[in-house]
Ligand binder design. Structure first.
Ligand SMILES: Nc1ncnc2c1ncn2[C@@H]1O[C@H](COP(=O)(O)OP(=O)(O)OP(=O)(O)O)[C@@H](O)[C@H]1O
Length: 209
C-alpha cells in the first residue's frame, strides 16, 4: 500500500506497553488528527512513523520502503515538527531557517525566508535571537518550515501550542489548503480542530496502564 503505513506496531516504554498491534495508514489528501491523553504515546507513535525510533514489533513503510532508511523518499517528501520548536535560541529566526533549509536540501533565498516569516506573522523580528521572541512567535518561526520545504507529508506534534487565535486560524487554513492540494498531515493536539481545517479523521490512543 502506498503512503505512510504502520503495521502491527508495538511500543514499550519503561516496561509499559503504550500500544501493540497498532495499524495506521496515511494517504495523500488526508488529514489525520491523533488524539489521546497525556502519556498515551502520541509523540512515541509519531517518532516511530518518522523512523526516529524503532518499534518493539511491527514496521513502518512509505510507498513500500522502510522509513528508517535515511535515503528513503520519505525524508525528501516529509517534514516532522516535534513539540519542541527545534530552534537554536541564540540564533535569529533567519539563521535558524537558513540552516534548516540547508540541512533539508531546500534551496531558498534570504528574501524568501523573510517573506515566509511575514506570512507567519513574524515581521521585522527576523534578525534578533530567537530567545528574545515570545513563545507564540517562536512557534510561528518553527512552523515557517511548512512554507519553506515543498513536502507532501507533514508529521506534526502539537503544532498549535502557544499560538493565539489568529495563529490557530492560519494553521488550520493552511492544513486545509495543503490537503486540498494533495498533501497529507498527521497531527496531534489537545484542542479540537475546527471546520476551518477541513475534513479530518481521528485516530485515538488510549492510556494503557
Ligand atoms: N525516552 C523515553 N524513555 C522512557 N520513557 C519514555 C520516553 N519517552 C516517552 N516515555 C514515556 O512514554 C509515555 C508516552 O510518552 P509520549 O510522549 O509518547 O506521550 P504523549 O501521548 O505524546 O503525551 P503528551 O500528550 O503529554 O505529549 C510516557 O509515559 C513517557 O514517560
Amino acid at each position: 500500500m502506498t503512503g505512510l503505513v504502520a503495521t502491527s506496531l508495538t511500543c514499550i516504554k519503561r516496561d509499559r506497553v503504550l500500544f501493540e498491534n497498532l495499524n495506521l495508514q496515511l494517504q495523500t489528501g488526508e488529514l489525520m488528527y491523533l488524539r489521546g491523553p497525556n502519556g498515551a504515546g502520541k509523540t512515541s507513535l509519531l517518532r516511530l512513523l518518522t523512523g526516529l525510533s524503532m518499534p518493539e514489533a511491527g514496521e513502518v513503510t512509505f510507498n513500500h520502503a522502510p522509513v528508517q532508511h535515511s535515503e528513503s523518499q520519505f525524508y525528501r517528501q516529509s517534514i516532522y515538527l516535534g513539540h519542541k520548536s527545534g530552534l537554536s535560541s541564540a540564533l535569529s529566526a533567519l539563521d535558524n531557517l537558513t540552516y534548516w533549509c540547508a540541512q533539508h536540501q531546500v534551496t531558498v533565498t534570504e528574501s524568501q525566508i523573510v517573506n515566509v516569516l511575514d506570512v507567519v506573522g513574524v515581521t521585522g523580528l527576523e534578525d534578533i535571537p530567537v530567545a528574545m521572541l515570545s513563545a507564540g512567535q517562536q512557534r510561528r518561526v518553527a512552523l515557517a518550515r511548512l512554507w519553506l520545504k515543498p513536502a507532501r507529508f507533514w508529521v506534526l506534534d502539537e503544532p498549535f501550542t502557544a499560538l493565539d487565535t489568529a495563529g490557530v486560524a492560519l494553521l488550520e487554513t493552511t492544513f486545509k489548503k495543503h490537503v486540498d492540494e494533495g498533501g497529507a498531515i498527521i497531527t496531534t493536539s489537545h484542542q479540537p480542530l475546527s471546520a476551518r481545517a477541513g475534513t479530518h479523521r481521528y485516530f485515538d490512543l488510549e492510556y494503557r496502564f
